[in-house]
Design a binder for this molecule. Structure first.
Ligand SMILES: C[S@@+](CC[C@H](N)C(=O)[O-])C[C@H]1O[C@@H](n2cnc3c(N)ncnc32)[C@H](O)[C@@H]1O
Length: 170
């Protein structure tokens, strides 16, 4: 069973607006086509014809993050969740995959898809992560840094939550 927690309450988004693409993520239409059409098309344009497929991207991420049962992994700006469920399967049993996003519409679709018990969703700000220091073994952030108002602050936040003593990966 998947669960979600909303730390943004009535706020429509986490930070200041950063442009059209970010606004589109908050519509009801885009989350319906994001995983199947929007993201694959943009990914193909940026990666070129020989780049990995969408499923290949998820597999590559899980492999590079060296996920193991019992790990805690954070999928920052998870969208409708292309990755979080796969990460949840890789860290189970006993681990946790957290999908974090600030768009209600994206998270609603992710939650509706269901997933393993090792997956949870958090509506929160990716720039100022609401997690304790050194609590995450691995962190993934695909196709979202350009949407953040303060990407450098977000990277600092990623470094803060990673448990570097345990050889964490990002
Ligand atoms: C293009 S989607 C990428 C989704 C997913 N990572 C993927 O690769 O399919 C970008 C996501 O970033 C989220 N986002 C943008 N700014 C954010 C912020 N400040 N905090 C949390 N999520 C944010 C959007 O809501 C959207 O779901």
């Amino acid at each position: 069973m998947t669960q979600d927690l909303d730390l943004l309450g009535a706020a429509d988004q986490a930070g200041p607006p950063t442009g059209l693409t970010q606004r589109l993520m908050r519509t009801t239409l885009l989350p319906q086509v994001h995983e199947r059409y929007w993201r694959p098309a943009l990914g193909r344009a940026l990666k070129g014809p020989s780049g990995p497929s969408m499923a290949g991207e998820v597999g590559l991420a899980a492999q590079l993050l060296r996920l193991e049962p019992g790990h805690t992994v954070l999928d920052v700006a998870c969208g409708t969740d292309r990755c979080t469920r796969a990460f949840g399967a890789a860290v189970g049993p006993g681990g946790l995959a957290i999908g974090l996003d600030d768009a209600r519409t994206m998270l609603a679709k992710a939650v509706a898809e269901g997933g393993p018990d090792t997956v949870a969703y958090l509506r929160a700000d990716a720039v100022h992560l609401p997690l304790k220091t050194s609590t995450v073994d691995a962190l993934c952030c695909f196709a979202a840094l350009h949407m953040f108002a303060e990407p450098e602050t977000a990277l600092d936040s990623f470094a803060r939550v990673l448990n570097r003593a345990a050889g964490s990966r990002c």
